[in-house]
Design a binder for this molecule. Structure first.
Ligand code: SF4
Length: 456
């Protein structure tokens, strides 16, 4: 299963900015569980609290109420994609520049960070972290004798790849989205406050209403002057990450004011149209494929059933009695509902297959629960290429879609009775019809990377 990347939050003019940021981070916890942090400004100084683990592990009531004082805040949930998960890489990052204190949080991954870091180090920069985000500070620091905004524009014009950024400087909260628009970033309003968030589900929990998405190539500066928009790059073809809509974003979030749940349901309907199956029931691989399975059931007329239940309460476990309980790792997370499965021919709908380990485990569990046949249907094309734009994917040699290439060979390895994927045309049709998206990044399916990758 793929790991989500990071999530970011910004709050401007919230009397309880840290509380609002905390609520927002809770809503986007699915985007990163390795670390979390909040930076708060009172207009002069920035206070920062961050740590490793989930939001609930990092913050307590006293910290949020009594230590993070100020009306302006940014927050971050981290899943490490570049630089590893060490404490020094947990965001927001904070620096003292000539224009004052600045904090930054980043969702995405820079494709030219290594080259920029090398150039900056040759000119004397000393990096404190191994996070790609730190190059933004150094680029801002070395653009001497200019304003905060000039430095920021200079920096974001040098970096390439995927970046949705939030920054905090004095009484300003700033949002930036890369010219390709790989990762989402939206703007909302709550009474006299403005908020920025990776997903609209965070606005719901913060009690804010959606205003609009930050545009690709746009910087929004929120200050006493209101929301002021600056362009740092001309509009260009969108390369929004289509996998946000297939799998990553929460289904209760909106994409350009359209329901992600409905987009996924339409993918399931298209999948049923393209890849029918003779079966008694449709079940979902919990939980990200719930909507696609509902769509498959809608279009096929095969009844939808809850055949697999996911345990959401797994922390770190030290017991792994692999000898005494077969498939322990699968069973601790998923349990088949035997009376639903037994004697039935089952369509199992999932959104993607990455390594294939989870799919194989689920199929085995279903057979052990008495399934007569298991037909696997995937609501996206074959995932055959790693992502370099902020999603933690394994290398080529671990991607089953790259190793085995065809649905028949992959299906044989997973021990399915049949396996079919949604076509590229089917994906395009659904994205156009339901998300009004005609251009997007699909490099993990096609290998067509819209921004070149520079590894050193
Ligand atoms: S490669 Fe795939 S996961 Fe990465 S940004 Fe593109 S569509 Fe999204």
């Amino acid at each position: 299963m793929l790991q989500d990347k990071c999530g970011v939050i910004g709050v401007w003019n919230g009397p309880d900015a840290a509380h609002l940021a905390y609520a927002g981070l809770y809503a986007i916890q699915h985007r990163g569980q390795e670390g979390a942090g909040i930076a708060v400004s009172d207009g002069d100084h920035i206070r920062l609290h961050k740590g490793q683990g989930k939001v609930v592990d990092v913050f307590d009531a006293d910290t949020v109420k009594n230590k993070l004082i100020g009306n302006y805040a940014i927050g971050h949930t981290r899943y490490s994609t570049a630089g590893g998960g060490a404490m020094r890489n947990v965001q927001p990052l904070h620096a003292h520049l000539a224009v004052g204190e600045v904090a930054i949080a980043h969702n995405g991954q820079l494709t030219n960070a290594a080259t920029l870091q090398q150039q900056l180090e040759e000119h004397g920069a000393i990096f404190q972290t191994s996070s790609d985000t730190e190059v933004v500070f150094h680029l801002m620091a070395t653009h001497a004798r200019t304003s905060f905004m000039d430095r920021l524009v200079h920096a974001v014009q040098q970096i390439q790849g995927a970046f949705s950024l939030v920054l905090l400087h004095r009484d300003q909260v700033v949002g930036v989205r890369d010219p390709n628009g790989f990762r989402p970033l939206c703007l909302g309003r709550k009474e006299d406050s403005y908020v920025l968030a990776s997903e609209t589900c965070a606005l719901d929990l913060m009690g804010a209403r959606f205003i609009r998405d930050v545009e690709p190539g746009e910087i929004v500066v929120i200050s006493r002057n209101g929301v002021v928009s600056h362009r740092f790059a001309p509009p260009q073809r969108s390369h929004f990450c289509v996998f946000e809509l297939i799998y990553f974003s929460r289904p209760d979030s909106l994409f350009q004011d359209r329901s992600i749940l409905e987009i996924r349901r339409a993918l399931g309907r298209k999948l049923a149209e393209e890849c029918p199956a003779q079966a008694d029931i449709v079940i979902n691989a919990p939980d990200s494929s719930n909507a696609a399975a509902l769509g498959y059931a809608d279009a096929s007329g095969i009844p939808y059933e809850l055949g697999l239940i996911r345990n959401h309460y797994i922390g770190r476990t030290f017991i792994e009695p692999s000898q005494s309980i077969r498939d322990w790792r699968a069973r601790i997370k998923y349990n088949p509902v035997r009376h639903v499965i037994e004697g039935r021919s089952v369509v199992l709908v999932d959104d993607s297959i990455v390594r294939g380990t989870t799919s194989r485990r689920l199929i085995r569990l279903l057979r052990e629960a008495g399934a007569r046949e298991v037909h696997l249907r995937i609501s996206s094309p074959i995932f055959a290429h790693p992502c370099y734009y902020g999603i933690d994917t394994p290398d080529y040699d671990q991607l089953i879609g790259h190793r085995l290439r065809t649905p028949d060979r992959i299906g044989d390895q997973l021990e399915t009775d049949s396996l079919h994927y949604l076509s590229h045309d089917g994906l395009r049709e659904v994205m156009q019809a339901t998300a009004n998206l005609t251009s997007y990044c699909d490099a993990c399916f096609t290998g067509n990377y819209p921004v070149p990758i520079k590894f050193s």
